[in-house]
Design a protein around this ligand. Structure first.
Ligand code: AMP
Length: 388
C-alpha cells in the first residue's frame, strides 16, 4: 500500500495535486473537506453539526472527522492506498491517522507539506472564490481559515518530521513542477516497497520452474541469470561464445558479465511489484553486488528462500531431465552434473549461510508435487507482501 497525505495552508494546491496523484498512483482519495461538504449537501446529522463551523472558517471537531474518515476507509478495504487531503489538521487527528493505519496493517509513507506564503494563499483563494461556489472562499472566512491553519495545523508538522516522513515542497511553483517534485519522492518510495525475493536451491531443486510460476502469479519480474546468459549464447555474440565454453566446463560465468545483464534488467523493469532472483547471487562477491544494485534503486532484499531437496533426489532429477528435450548444455553428462553440484556446495552454500546470519533464510521443503511446493513458496511470498 502507498499512503500519502497532502499538507499545507488553504489554497496551496492540495486539491489540484491530489487529482493528478490519485490517477497516476491509483490511490483512493479522501478529502475531509469534500466529505463534510457532501454530508452538508445530504443534510445528515454530521453535516448539520459541521455546517456553521465550516462557514465561519473554523475547524470541525475531531469526533466528527474520525467518524467520516473511518466510514470511508472501512468501506474501501481493497484500495491500493489512500491519499489524504486536508487531514490530519490537528494533533489528535495525527494520532487518529496512526490508529487507522495500524488497523489496516499499514502506515503512512509520506506527508508532503506544500509551502505557500500567507498573502499568496489569500490571493489564490479569492480567485478561486469567483468560480468555486464555496461559501468559505471569501476574504473574512479565508483569513480565519488561515489563522486556524497557523495556530492548530502547522504545529502538527513536527509529528511527521519526528517520524522522518515529512517532505517540504515549494507550493508557489507551477502545478507541473510541484507534481514533478512530489512524484520524484514517491517513485523513490515505491521502489523501497518492492518485494525482492532471492530464491536458492541446488541445481535440480525446482527453483527455475517454481520461480517462473511465482513471478507470474504475483506480478514479479523473474531474473534468471542462467536464462539471460542462454539468450547471449543463442544470439551468438562474443560474450555468448565465452559463456558457452565456461558452461561446457561446468564453471561459473565471470561477474562483470553477470552484473551488466542484471543491471540492465533492473533498469528496464517498470511497473512491477518486485523481483525474484534465481541463480544469482551465486558467490559472496555477487551477494555484495546484489545489495549494491538494489540500494542504487532505493530498494533491498525482502525475503530469502531456499528450496531443500536431498542430494540423491537432486541427482536423479537432473539425470532424468538430461534424457528429455529439456536437457541443458550444462547437465548432459554425469561429470557436469556432479561439477555443478560441487560448485553450488563450495561457492553458493557460504552465501546462503551469510544471508542466514544477516536476514534469516526461509527453508522450504522441495519434496512433493509441484503444486505442494508452490503452495509452500506462495505462503512465504504472501507474508512478504503483507510485511511491506
Ligand atoms: P478544505 O476543503 O480542506 O479546505 O476544508 C474546508 C473546511 O472543512 C475547513 O475550513 C474546515 O472547516 C473543515 N475541515 C476539513 N477537513 C477538516 C479536518 N481534518 N479537521 C477539521 N476541520 C476540517
Amino acid at each position: 500500500m502507498l499512503n500519502i497525505a497532502l499538507f499545507g495552508p488553504p489554497g496551496a494546491g492540495k486539491g489540484t495535486q491530489s487529482k493528478l496523484l490519485i490517477d497516476k498512483y491509483n490511490l483512493f482519495y479522501i478529502s475531509t473537506g469534500d466529505l463534510l461538504r457532501n454530508e452538508i449537501a445530504q443534510e445528515t446529522k454530521l453535516g448539520l453539526e459541521a455546517k456553521n463551523i465550516i462557514a465561519s472558517g473554523g475547524l470541525v471537531p475531531d469526533e466528527i472527522i474520525v467518524q467520516i474518515i473511518e466510514k470511508t476507509i472501512t468501506e474501501n478495504p481493497e484500495s491500493k492506498g489512500f491519499l489524504f487531503d486536508g487531514f490530519p489538521r490537528t494533533y489528535v487527528q495525527a494520532y487518529i491517522l496512526e490508529g487507522l493505519m495500524i488497523r489496516l496493517n499499514t502506515s503512512l509513507n509520506c506527508l508532503f507539506s506544500l509551502e505557500l506564503d500567507e498573502e499568496e494563499s489569500v490571493k489564490r483563494l479569492l480567485e478561486r472564490g469567483k468560480t468555486s461556489g464555496r461559501s468559505d472562499d471569501n476574504e473574512e472566512v479565508i483569513r480565519n481559515r488561515l489563522k486556524e491553519y497557523y495556530d492548530k495545523t502547522l504545529p502538527v508538522l513536527q509529528f511527521f518530521k519526528d517520524k522522518g516522513i515529512h517532505y517540504s515542497i515549494n507550493g508557489a511553483n507551477s502545478i507541473e513542477k510541484v507534481n514533478k517534485d512530489i512524484s520524484k519522492i514517491l517513485q523513490n518510495e515505491l521502489s523501497k516497497s518492492l518485494l525482492n525475493i532471492v530464491l536458492f536451491g541446488h541445481p535440480g531443486s525446482g527453483r527455475g520452474s517454481q520461480g517462473m510460476a511465482l513471478a507470474q502469479k504475483y506480478g514479479l519480474e523473474y531474473v534468471s541469470t542462467g536464462k539471460m546468459l542462454e539468450r547471449e549464447i543463442e544470439k551468438g555474440t562474443e560474450t555468448g561464445k565465452r559463456i558457452k565454453d565456461l558452461y561446457e566446463n561446468g564453471q561459473l560465468v565471470p561477474d562483470e558479465i553477470v552484473v551488466q545483464i542484471i543491471e540492465e534488467k533492473i533498469e528496464n523493469s517498470k511497473g512491477i511489484k518486485g523481483f525474484i532472483f534465481k541463480g544469482f547471487p551465486r558467490t559472496l562477491v555477487q551477494s555484495y553486488i546484489l545489495d549494491g544494485l538494489l540500494k542504487k534503486h532505493g530498494s533491498a532484499i525482502s525475503e530469502i528462500i531456499e528450496i531443500e531437496v536431498p542430494t540423491l533426489d537432486l541427482i536423479s532429477r537432473l539425470d532424468a531431465r538430461s534424457k528429455t528435450d529439456r536437457c541443458m548444455p550444462y547437465d548432459n553428462s554425469t561429470t557436469k552434473i556432479v561439477k555443478r553440484l560441487q560448485e553450488h556446495e563450495t561457492k553458493t552454500v557460504p552465501v546462503i549461510e551469510k544471508y542466514n546470519q544477516q536476514h534469516g533464510v526461509k527453508k522450504i521443503d522441495g519434496m512433493g508435487t509441484f503444486e505442494e511446493v508452490f503452495e509452500r513458496l506462495s505462503n512465504v511470498i504472501e507474508r512478504g507482501f503483507r510485511k511491506i
